[in-house]
Design a binder for this molecule. Structure first.
Ligand code: GLN
Length: 546
């Protein structure tokens, strides 16, 4: 446990989806803006060991960190808002905690004692929190779920004990709650908040600060009422007003004085916040000079949560081009040769994002073909790159039935295939996999280096030769077809340093056509938009003007 480290625990009440992840990220950003170092951890009550195998429909996007951990999408918010470097220790689930405790029990580490939720599970949780402290000034820990759920109880008990362990002056609890406006009564209601705090107090946690999600600013009277019923100081009751742009959240908190109250309660001194750069970014977002429409051709199209980072990265690309990015979601299962012209007639750029399984594949390949033939900017991410490769193989290289092994295991031309064996450049270990390998553990995951070729879209975007990007996929470009595809016009603009893995492909004589095997969206930040998203939006804007 690092000395002098302060801890902020963020819980949520009344109902889910109040934006605890964003609140935690925004608090982190505000503290960083005062010169403090922060890290953020998410404790999730579900039993899956990690979200890697969870359906994005149910749980939203699986976010990947540099070290290859598949995490909750809230870690994406944390990375976008702060400079914290996150990894495997920044996301624990009930499943992961129990897995560790049961492994220790099997090894006999508890010396025959009865293994119980308290103290063994709670101790394991507390140790997991300490893992991220290092020399950080402030550790923010978000507890998933809603107060009142039985699943989150061990986590709440652990954070209750934590205060006694590290000293009361080093810990605060922030509770995010809902204060709904009831139209028929023409007033806001504080009762759900009162009940949620009562529940929290019944398990021994007295919140220090309340963040109240509402539609409009709370009056002083309402704040006083909430303070009285919830045993919180009136100046520690904040309006977390709904905003149009998520990046406004820290600015709203700052205006309300949240940063000052947090510092006071944690008894730390820090300089005034420096928010000019952030403010400028928000202003740019809110006052775009141009507008561009991007078609996203995918499967989980109606659920923005499953493409969270992608949507954000597109927004960042828009900010850097002073453009509003309109998204047109296209369900690839409905895209046909007959309707593609009409469906795509209003978009200025086409993006095929990551995905798994064979459903809707032909529609995505068609979208890549349409973009190539009609010279519409195309950005293929992971699966989207594979689609472009298959399209080029079929229609430019004359490999009629070319496909990926994931979509047709018997294709005569597996231009995208499962690499059965490879040497992990980082660990130098030989990795193996086949079609039957464990679903959770066979993907190429996390950051890999990539070298760029000069005079390519990629090189022009990154303006450097060596890059590192995050992966999450099983299948790869099949080098056996490299020569034939290059002859047909494919440009390989990025590869692993040993040239064994194709990481980026392009087409020439096209305004902008690029597919990458990695997920650039995971590294885009509002203050530092990803170069590929910046260039893709720039090319699409140009297309819009022509
Ligand atoms: N399904 C493809 C693979 O596993 C692509 C994965 C992705 O887009 N993330 O290789």
């Amino acid at each position: 446990m690092a000395e002098n480290t302060k801890y902020i625990f963020v819980t949520g009440g009344v109902l889910s989806s109040l934006g605890k992840g964003l609140a935690s990220a925004a608090i982190g950003m505000l503290l960083e803006s005062r010169g403090l170092s922060v890290t953020i951890q998410k404790l999730d009550p579900y039993i899956n060991v990690d979200p890697g195998t969870m359906n994005p429909f149910q749980h939203g996007e699986v976010y990947v960190t540099d070290d290859g951990t598949e995490t909750d999408l809230d870690l994406g918010h944390y990375e976008r808002f702060t400079n914290a470097k996150l990894g495997k220790d920044n996301n624990f689930t009930t499943g992961k905690i129990y897995h560790q405790v049961i492994t220790k029990e099997r090894r006999g580490e508890y010396l025959g004692g009865t293994v119980q939720v308290i103290p063994h599970i709670t101790d394991e949780i507390k140790q997991s929190i300490c893992l991220v402290a290092n020399a950080t000034d402030v550790v923010i820990v978000e507890i998933g779920g809603t107060i009142g759920d039985i699943e989150s109880l061990p986590f709440l008990e652990a954070i209750r004990q934590f205060k006694a362990d590290v000293g009361a002056s080093n810990v605060i609890y922030i509770h995010l709650t809902l204060v709904p406006y009831i139209k028929t009564a023409c007033e806001v209601k504080t009762k759900p908040t009162q009940h949620s705090v009562k529940e929290l107090r019944s398990i021994g946690i007295q919140p220090d600060i309340l963040l109240c999600r509402t539609e409009s600013f709370l009056s002083q009277d309402i704040k006083k009422k909430i303070a009285l019923f919830c045993n919180v100081e009136p100046e520690a009751v904040f309006t977390a007003k709904d905003v149009d742009c998520i990046y406004e959240v820290p600015l709203v908190y700052n205006k309300e004085g949240l940063g000052d109250v947090i510092l006071k309660k944690l008894n730390i001194w820090a300089r005034a916040p420096r928010l000019d750069e952030w403010r400028e970014m928000v202003e740019k977002f809110k006052n775009p000079r141009f507008s561009v429409t991007i078609a996203i051709v995918g499967k989980y199209v109606d659920l923005t949560e499953s493409y969270k980072s992608l949507n954000e990265a597109l927004t960042h690309g828009g900010i850097s081009n002073e453009a509003k990015v309109n998204l047109q979601f296209v369900d690839s299962t409905t895209l046909t040769r007959e309707n593609v012209d009409k469906v795509m007639s209003t978009c200025n750029g086409i993006l095929v994002p990551g995905g798994f399984g064979s459903r809707g594949i032909e529609g995505k390949i068609l979208a890549a073909k349409y973009a190539r033939e009609n010279k519409i900017p195309y950005f293929g991410i992971c699966l989207g790159m594979q689609m472009a490769v298959i399209e080029i193989a079929r229609n430019l290289a004359g490999l009629e039935d070319a496909n990926g092994e994931e979509f047709n295991p018997h294709t005569p031309h597996p231009v995208i295939y499962l690499m059965k064996e490879w040497v992990d450049e980082q660990t130098q270990q030989v990795e193996k996999r086949d079609e039957t390998s464990d679903k959770g553990g066979t993907m190429r995951l996390g950051a890999y280096p990539c070298m760029l070729e000069p005079d390519t879209f990629a090189h022009k975007a990154y303006k450097t030769e060596a890059i590192s990007e995050r992966h999450r996929h099983r299948y790869e470009f099949n080098n056996e077809y490299k020569d034939r595809l290059v002859k047909a016009g494919l440009i390989i603009s990025g590869s692993s340093p040993d040239h064994e893995l194709v990481e980026i492909v392009e087409l020439k004589d096209h305004p902008w056509f690029l597919g990458c095997q990695f997920h650039p969206e995971f590294k885009s930040k509002p203050r530092d938009p990803h170069p590929l998203f910046r260039e893709f939006i720039k090319a699409s804007l140009k297309n819009a003007r022509e």
